[in-house]
Design a protein around this ligand. Structure first.
Ligand SMILES: C[S@@+](CC[C@H](N)C(=O)[O-])C[C@H]1O[C@@H](n2cnc3c(N)ncnc32)[C@H](O)[C@@H]1O
Length: 409
């Protein structure tokens, strides 16, 4: 007999790897359930005269077997688990009766009361599987599941690993500044940190949310004595990790875009300390986007180039080929270029770029202080002075500056 509604379901995790599972019916229910069955390693056979295009694609690629006809008695032979989900209640009842006789756990999409098993709302976050059953209220199950998975991801549900205190460091790209623009993984690692070494750029608001026991260190204020500033930061990362702390190095944008992330990763590797690198949303794309400028646009720019403007074009230390850049038709994005923008604009014009080429400077993009100033290559040096544009700013040069629509605020 099916389980009585008065008794709660008994939760269990089925290990289906290499085991035969039969799915009867190839419609929307199968389409939703099949990926998880395949991911669990089950040997799935679909029995159905037709299937949705996605289910068909799974059969074509060999992820599932497909018996292309209606259900017949005996189809469940050797199965460990069955999902009955056709649009024909009579076929569903016959298949479910066969499952009952053969003692195979059976999920029914049309009649939960007649089923011997229920599919929970499931979700996963970093090795944790969450499965929620709320009787016959699938929306509530999904809402509870979403709340738990979201909480695990953003760290608001504290579920720390029982860590062996092996030293480790995470280099986390924090995005351009808006605290919502850090990745889910970055936010979770931040929530698990004992020590956070943070840059001036990036989502500094998130630091206020950290619990009081977390030591927050401003990277710019680490004393460096006989070392270079970067070496002092590397040493601090190594020391805190060796003391058994979970260390997060929170950086603006992406750690590997003008972020010296690899220098830190190399220093950690030399010290034998494992390091995780979490990519971040780089300001080079997200800051123009925050003011409605796309770095590419069909028919306008088919390429974008991101360069550092921290040294002037005529400086022997510059590794940027301004002459070649002046010949490109696409978008040029300059980071760290506010101080040198006059010399940069002059070099581009000298090498052939139209002085009327549009320029946008976006200061403190994605933060409450964001502002955009527009100019051309001919006017930008004077505009920056007159408007008192200050770093950090992303400078966008090219026709895309004129195509955007203002973002909703
Ligand atoms: C050292 S680079 C770091 C870039 C960072 N790793 C990234 O991927 O965005 C710093 C430069 O990035 C740009 N930048 C970073 N965040 C910014 C923001 N919120 N608004 C404007 N420019 C930003 C500025 O050009 C700044 O001078």
């Amino acid at each position: 007999m099916p389980e009585s509604a008065e008794h709660p379901a008994y939760p269990v995790g089925l290990r289906l790897s290499g085991r035969r599972v039969v799915v009867i019916g190839g419609g929307q229910v199968a389409q939703r359930r099949l990926p998880a069955l395949v991911a669990a390693g089950a040997e799935v056979t679909l029995v159905s005269p037709s299937a949705t295009p996605s289910v068909e694609a799974m059969a074509e690629t060999g992820e599932i077997g497909w018996t292309r006809r209606r259900y017949e008695e005996g189809d469940l032979a050797e199965a460990w688990y069955v999902l009955v989900a056709t649009g024909d209640p009579e076929a569903n009842a016959r298949a479910s009766a066969e499952a009952e006789r053969s003692r195979i756990w059976c999920v029914r999409s049309d009649d939960a009361e007649a089923a011997t098993a229920w599919t929970p709302a499931t979700g996963r976050s970093e090795g944790v599987t969450v499965a929620v059953l709320t009787g016959r209220d699938p929306r509530r199950s999904a809402a509870v599941r979403d709340a738990i998975v979201e909480g695990l991801r953003d760290g608001s549900i504290a579920a720390p690993h029982v860590r062996a205190k092996a030293p480790s460091v995470a280099l986390v790209g924090g995005g351009p500044g808006d605290p919502d623009l850090i990745t889910v993984r970055g936010r979770r690692l931040l929530a698990e940190a004992d020590v956070v070494i943070a840059d001036r750029l990036g989502p500094r608001d998130l630091l206020d949310e950290l619990p009081p026991h977390v030591e927050v260190i401003d990277a710019a204020k680490i004393p460096y004595g006989r070392f270079m500033a970067q070496e002092a930061i590397n040493n601090a990362l190594v020391e805190h990790a060796k003391a058994g702390k979970a260390v997060v190095r929170l950086k603006g944008g992406d750690p590997y875009v003008f972020g010296r992330g690899m220098e830190e990763a190399q220093a950690l590797a030399e010290a034998g300390i494992p390091c995780t690198v979490v990519p971040g949303i780089s300001s080079s794309i997200s800051v123009p986007s925050a003011v409605g400028i796309p770095v590419t646009h069909r028919g306008v720019a088919h390429e974008f180039t991101v360069v550092s403007g921290h040294v002037a074009p005529d400086d022997p230390r510059s590794l940027v080929d301004w002459q070649s850049l002046a010949r490109l038709r696409g978008t040029l994005v300059v980071l760290m270029g506010v101080d040198k923008i006059g010399a940069i604009a002059e070099a581009l014009v000298t090498h052939g770029k139209d002085p009327a080429t549009r320029v946008a400077l976006v200061q403190e993009g994605t933060t409450a202080a964001q502002r955009r100033v527009d100019a051309t290559l001919a006017t930008v040096a004077e505009t920056v002075r007159a408007e008192e544009v200050r770093p950090p700013a992303v400078i966008v040069i090219g026709d895309v500056v004129g195509v955007g629509v203002p973002p909703l605020s």
